[in-house]
Ligand binder design. Sequence first.
Ligand code: B3K
Ligand code: ZN
Length: 874
Amino acid sequence: MTDHSQAMTAKYRQDYQAPLYWIDSLDLDFQLQDPLCRVTAISRVRRNGEHNEVLALDGEHLQLVSVSIDGVACEQYELTDNQLRLSNLPAECVLTIVTDLDAAGNTALEGLYKSGDAYCTQCEAEGFRRITYYLDRPDILARYSTRITADKARYPYLLSNGNKVDSGDLDGGRHFVQWQDPFPKPSYLFALVAGDFDVERSHYTTQSGREVALEIFVDKGNLDRAGFAMESLVNAMRWDEQRFGLEYDLDIYMIVAVDFFNMGAMENKGLNVFNSKFVLANPATATDGDYHGIERVIAHEYFHNWTGNRVTCRDWFQLSLKEGLTVFRDQEFSSDLGSRGVNRINNVRTVRGPQFAEDAGPMAHPIRPDVVIEMNNFYTLTVYEKGAEVIRMLHTLLGEDAFQAGMRLYFERHDGSAATCDDFVQAMEDASGRDLGRFRRWYSQSGTPELTVTDDYDGDSGVYRLHVRQHTPPTQDQPQKLPLHIPFDIELYDEQGAVIPLQYQGQAIGNVLDVLEAEQTFVFDRVPVRPVPSLLRDFSAPVKLHYDYSEQALAFLMRHARNEFARWDAAQMLINKAVFDGVTRVQQGQEVELSATLLAAFVAILDEASLDPALKAEILTLPGEATLAELFEVVDIDAIHRVRDAIHTRLAEAFGPRLAATYDSLRLTGYQVVHADMAKRALKAVVLGYLAALDAERADALVREQYGAADNMTDTLAALQVANSHLLPCRAALLADFEGKWAQDGLVLDNWLRLVGAKPAADVLDEVKQAMSHPTFSIRNPNRLRALVGSFAMNNQVQFHARDGSGYRFLTDLLIELNSINPQVASRLITPLIQFKRLDEARKGLIRAELARLQGLPSLARDLYEKVSKALAQ
Ligand code: B3K
Ligand code: ZN
């Protein structure tokens, strides 16, 4: 990166221009070899209209060998460190470019790189330019054919997109395979894998009768961990046919699990590449949570085949077009297959916690960003999770039938092309006849809207009024905000918990109110008593709700709300009130106290025999410290921690002997990955945590027993987590035992690394540093890093924010090292250092100094540059 200023230039959504040239087909030839791989790329280039502009091809970290145009060697090109520029091209030509690249030296894990012994690729967003010079933008759709040649013994499997059309042996122990992908695609969906694997095989017959071969490639010896991923794939294929009417379109669907991967997985056409974390599972190695994660990610990447691949994005500002929509689809899949309530709760936790924090920080952006320096920085919670909430709001406003009609129209109009978010909303609008004019602002406006609700009731007339005010506070990227179209789902209850029908002057009113203006009043009549309102049911919009609920009303909703999510949400609000109150008390040197109303409401949940244990577990799980921090203007890290702890202990005392009884009632014989059992294990883990708060000695014995007897990773880890978070006497011995058992297995060892990082004690950094010299730890492996350092920096609030600045310094030192190894991973880990606005002045000062240290680096990667400079501009 010699031209520093140019590399850091921001790109604006408004500047989009259609490409000057098209590329209709690309024939790739890969010679995989040491030390450099050779790539020959033959493209059919077609000028877009009449002009004489240069063809500027993207390329980075490549060694150019030769260029020819229509078979004639070309010397008249201009080469910079990120472009190959060709002038005076005919209207159509065949361009042949030969380059060399260093896959083994590619530690950024973008482009073609080595994961262990295998070659693999990651091209989204702009990694293809590290493979060959190309128009590396998503609106260039070409037909690809790919020929791969490599040593046959070391790389018996040579894979790429589409269908295998030829293969054969060559001299010198080498062989080749030729692939052809019939579907035109953008370069970011290209994939290549070469290696030696075990293969899990199955097949699927689509609803129209197409036979599809399914193949999952895993490292040798891991075949006993591939079955669940295969089951999930088949479930996803069936679900997409049933719910969305969408079926698969190639003869083969391949998934490859690799250990070195920057994110979860990648939806390359016909050849998904996965982080092995989201493929490999058996009861001994994976937790229930891991199984859920695999099911979700396998489905997510499969669903991209339509929402992302068949219809792709015109430019990267439109990323949420595929990601928000595909997350919505995977959420619906998980909800249709499992518990809708529990899924909703967990999705909302992510939005209210880390996504709201993103909105409040220096990286705030709309789900369709307006300006980007490094595209990899915009694979965010806002684009993905808030993006999915925006799709969910459309679904709420339109209903399933009109929404599906909108999807059909979207595919009718845009299949095989690159589209925009506006195109999507237009299809929804045209298919449903609903005016989505104001709704479109969700795509252009950043930040978290706040709804402030008051109400009044007139007993004589039976009229009840809800006054709703909406306001979006300014964000770092956007000072001015406009009113949005907010679907506001409500229900009213009488004092027995019966639903009061919503009506006005003889007209029934639906549950979803259209909040459109800055201030609006909704009037209901024939309301026989002052109702208890259940507001923002199912989190019908990604907003903060302010309504002055009494503790009694919240306890009432915890018991009576008809909707599982609303019951959980009432419990959250009750805890939030207690935390808010508790922090004030602690700051004044007083003890934390909980009201009898709150305690009784939580005891009643534990006692409710007919309640799904999974939902019980969710309700009884206190919000995390980072989420609680969202409640405060100035965050008192230590007070929040103490208050949360105290609430946990008070609740444990109120539960008393019920805890041991519940724990015993939840013992299972044998391990099965089915909802009913997962629910019991989840509740058992929560109860064990309360037991530890109540009676550490007793808990120590129980934890040892559970750890010793467990026949599955879920119970094993639940025991370790309680030992770790309560620093039980057994902690050191159990952790050492676990480390000894799984020292060779990186994925399982990640659990140990997470526990080490989360140790709630002042010496945690010593243990973290020691863990970094574990033979299975490598700074080059993103999973290991995220497990250890991510858990320390994101889930160990008190120690990471230690007043002496040691946590900040540790992370910054690491980021400096990572800046040159893997900037993408560095840029994810920096999050807790840039979201410092609400910390006290002393901590802010310490963090600013560390960020300044980063900013002073002579070769700061774009990824970190963008975030550091925004953070320091706060
Ligand atoms: N589309 C990929 C994400 C690529 C991230 C690039 N930095 C996985 C997914 O969302 O399905
Ligand atoms: Zn995705």
